[in-house]
Design a binder for this molecule. Structure first.
Ligand code: AMP
Ligand code: MG
Length: 372
């Protein structure tokens, strides 16, 4: 289903190709063995010396540095080309670590931590001041998450317990869901990458803000409103402005302002009745071909054979948000590798985890979609 990426291809065809960034390949990512733990310990030492190591999590690959060392955070921004007012998430490996970096922690934070940690939920809390402002993008709040990926947890522990990590891509590009995609963007910019295989979820964490009494969802993710609502015993709704990427000013979630997840070609999500969507995309593909454009489609597995496009990548069925999310970023990277000028995306479900998929899809499309 996946194509090759430009980072993998030369390595496979040219075994002598030298990578500047060291790769540590984990043999048993679901249960790291003694050799794996030795490599992870070495990576922990790199972090303690102020270096940068990309590592797998259940969401996407993170670009890790010591969260308590402002110079490390500075290096993260530089390696990614990320604006320094776009704060970093601090990754911890045990719940008590929360109290070192946050203050006035509300009861709901503990309820949600017990229920969803380790896991793909990030909580914004008031900062205790121990995390440097360089890490929090100058804010007096701090974003905290405890990932469930076993390699990530061991790596955080080996690094001293507090890893600042954004996604390990060049700012604006699709987040990396495999170690080879990290190398595609980061080779020579960071010290090492821990290769723990494909990320289980493939889309960034849910972010919630708990700093002003009423919990607010700032970024939808795998932990859906429904799951949050069940845990808290009330109804949770996402602010509709959040799902509209053209919304410019959200001081609470600075990163939302920036262009994200975007391939070089123009992405066109198409909504509507599935039969009409199929016909609409087929018609648009012939128009684009007539204009000599290179075309791409991201579609359901049932429809993969029904399009005449240069690059076709499929996920699961239209109602399978998990598969759509899982294959989306690698599909966008393949579109870039093949220089697709125009990319059509079928109407996968917007319900449950589908809300998070649509949030990222619309961002990659610059907020526009077409009605079939
Ligand atoms: P990522 O781009 O996946 O690294 O996610 C980081 C995002 O988390 C940022 O772009 C912000 O939107 C959000 N974030 C991190 N720290 C904070 C914070 N202290 N307050 C509000 N949002 C934050
Ligand atoms: Mg990111």
């Amino acid at each position: 289903m996946h194509g090759t990426c430009s980072a993998c291809t030369p390595t496979d065809s040219d075994p002598d190709r030298k990578l500047e960034t060291k790769v540590y390949t984990i043999k048993n990512p679901s249960s790291p063995d003694e050799d794996d733990l030795k490599m992870i310990a070495e990576c922990g030492e790199i972090i303690k010396r102020g270096g940068l190591v990309a590592f797998p999590t259940e969401t996407v690959y993170g670009l890790g540095g010591d969260a308590l060392n402002e110079e490390s955070s500075g290096r993260i921004y530089a390696a990614k080309g990320r604006p320094s007012d776009n704060p970093l998430i601090v990754h911890i490996c045990e719940i008590p670590a929360l109290e070192k970096i946050a203050r006035d922690i509300p009861e709901e934070a503990y309820i949600l931590a017990e229920k969803f940690w380790p896991g793909p939920l990030t909580m914004i809390l008031k900062s205790s001041g121990s995390v440097p402002l360089k890490t929090t993008g100058g804010l007096d709040t701090v974003a905290v998450r405890m990932p469930s990926d076993k390699v990530a947890l061991e790596f955080i522990k080996a690094s001293g317990g507090f890893i600042a990590a954004p996604s390990a891509n060049i700012s604006g590009r699709p987040s990396p869901t495999k170690a080879c995609y990290v190398l595609e963007d980061m080779d020579g910019r960071i010290d090492a990458v821990i290769d723990g295989g494909d990320n289980a979820i493939g889309l960034e964490s849910t972010i919630i803000d708990l700093t002003d009494g009423s919990m607010q969802v700032l970024r939808p993710g795998y932990i859906t409103n429904e799951k949050l609502g069940e845990a808290l015993g009330r109804n949770i709704e996402t602010d509709p402005a959040l799902l509209d990427p053209s919304c410019k000013d959200r001081p609470k979630a600075p990163g939302m302002r920036y262009r994200h997840y975007a391939p070089k070609g123009q992405v066109h999500p198409v909504k509507g009745d599935p039969e009409k969507v199929l016909e609409h995309i087929r018609a648009k593909l012939s128009e684009a071909k007539a204009e000599n454009k290179k075309t791409g489609v991201f579609c359901s597995k049932e429809n993969a054979g029904k399009y005449d496009a240069d690059v076709i990548r499929c996920a699961g069925s239209l109602d399978d948000a998990e598969a759509a999310a899982h294959f989306f970023y690698s599909a966008l990277r393949d579109m870039d590798d093949e220089n697709a000028d125009i990319i059509f995306v079928e109407n996968f479900t917007e319900h449950g985890f589908g809300e998070a998929f649509w949030n990222r899809l619309l961002k990659s499309a610059g907020s526009e979609w077409e009605e079939a």
